[in-house]
Design a protein around this ligand. Sequence first.
Ligand SMILES: C[S@@+](CC[C@H](N)C(=O)[O-])C[C@H]1O[C@@H](n2cnc3c(N)ncnc32)[C@H](O)[C@@H]1O
Length: 287
Amino acid sequence: MHLGHALKINDVHVGKIAEMVADFSGIVIDRLFLKQVARKIALQMDKYAISKPDEYISMLKQGENFTFVMEDLIAALTVSESYFFRNPAQFEYLYYEYFPWFFNEPAKNGIPLRVWSAGCSRGEEPYSVAVLLANYKNKYPWAEYIIKAGDINSLNLEAARKGIYSVRSVRDKFSGFEKILPEKFGVFNEFGNFVIDKKFAEQVIFDKLNLNQGNELKKLNWSDIIMCRNVLIYFKDELKARLLEAFFECLNPGGLLLLGETECLPSDNSKFEVINYKNTYVFKKNK
Ligand SMILES: C[S@@+](CC[C@H](N)C(=O)[O-])C[C@H]1O[C@@H](n2cnc3c(N)ncnc32)[C@H](O)[C@@H]1O
């Protein structure tokens, strides 16, 4: 890294950049980590061969065509950590409780189950759902489903479409799920990476999604399951509240909202039924 660039970036620059990042994505940059943020900005400036912070700021300001510079910065500032069957109890709930309910509910007869993974990172989350649904369909061939997944970070989406994962993504032998995965859903290649089987990869439709852009939330309309796990933690309270409202509106009756383990609904929530399943929470829209 060109340390000189980091030294040129002062708190005012970081403040301006943080504001632009928040306007674009809703992500709040933690004031406690300003030094680290300045270093990450310096790395981005190096990448685009820019030596003055003000030049970088104007580049970020130039809208549409420069979206990729902003996305690149966001990718550097956020953690895209994910793994298959993260928070396994939620997946158990889907497999043992929700899918049987949905596919046997007379009102849902012949209607495909629609799943959205919002903030899907590199795809571990929607592929975990895909393999469970494929498994379910083996036993109950009438079960139809559509799985969509989106993220603000184009590089994450590119990686998701490739479906090649380091061992970190398959930790704890798929969080113990390998016992209910009779079909091989991938193989380990000669580099020790896990490569998802094409059959499953084709089941997930990946699409760009910025949760801070109200019009993009329409993509989630008519969902039966919305997974937005470990994403809200990045956002300001006002955006979190707006998104919870939007998720409720986008869900079909009986639809399910899954959040990260440390994320919850406001204490005055009256919209979702809160279900405690093996000490994890899932939120059901009853009306
Ligand atoms: C920690 S990962 C969570 C991945 C997965 N949902 C999980 O729980 O394992 C957070 C993801 O949210 C994405 N993200 C952050 N801001 C976003 C936004 N405004 N719109 C859509 N995705 C966003 C990041 O790019 C990142 O991939």
